[in-house]
Design a protein around this ligand. Structure first.
Ligand code: NI
Length: 227
């Protein structure tokens, strides 16, 4: 399931990130790719442990912590520190690949299983040509190009690519999440139930049915979650 989460970054936070990235020092994206991916990867990234990366990571993680839709959709157990990339000029594309199943947190070396992949768009779509994130899904290919500040969550199991950027620069933050609920199918059921419960509460208040169904939601989460 692909989930779009709009306006993860406030306009102020977005402007701050964009200003910082305008003067950033970029390095070859292949430095963090596995053997298969590095053959098709041609973009640039910030060094994960650079001071600027750390500042921007804090900003993105802070925004995620305040975002209830993100929590409901991802049920995060561990979030890898967000990384930042740029597609422009001659380094402008990333061919079809699947992300590595296990990644290591830079610095601590903690293992994280990549249940969910995440892209937070940081450049306005009008400022670059191409650069769609194309994700193979059970319904066919999904082409994703979102407003700056919006984010897409998709299963780590998906084959995906970034189309060549033929004008301007595509800036994004990307990262992975190990979920408390490993199964995409179970996570989806919980997300749909949580969204429906919010609508029920908005329409009916804390009625008896809402209380009972909230109990069922938590009991399913108790059964499926691994903390
Ligand atoms: Ni990828």
């Amino acid at each position: 399931m692909l989930i779009r989460i709009p306006q993860v970054l406030s306009p102020q936070a977005l402007a701050q990130v964009q200003a910082a990235l305008a003067d950033a020092e970029w390095q070859d994206g292949r430095l963090t790719a596995g053997p298969q991916a590095s053959q098709v990867k041609n973009n640039e990234q910030l060094a994960p442990l650079a001071e600027l990366s750390r500042q921007l990571q804090g900003l993105v993680l802070g925004a995620l912590e305040r975002n209830t839709t993100f929590f409901s959709a991802a049920l995060p157990k561990r979030v890898l520190p967000p990384m930042f990339n740029r597609y422009s000029g001659a380094a402008n594309t990333y061919g079809n690949h699947v992300d590595q199943a296990i990644r290591y947190t830079p610095g601590s070396g903690q293992r994280v299983r990549t249940d969910l992949s995440c892209t937070l768009f940081l450049a306005e779509p009008a400022d670059y040509e191409g650069g769609e994130l194309v994700i193979a899904d059970t319904y066919g290919e999904q082409r994703v190009k979102l407003a700056a500040g919006d984010m897409v969550l998709y299963p780590g199991t998906s084959v995906h690519r970034v189309e060549p950027v033929t004008r301007g620069a595509r800036l994004a933050s990307f990262f992975w999440i190990e979920s408390m609920v490993r199964s995409d199918e179970q996570r989806r059921l919980l997300f749909e139930m949580d969204q429906a419960l919010m609508r029920l509460r908005a329409e009916q208040g804390e009625c008896e049915a809402a209380v009972a169904l909230t109990g069922t939601y938590h009991n399913l989460l108790r059964m499926w979650a691994d903390t």
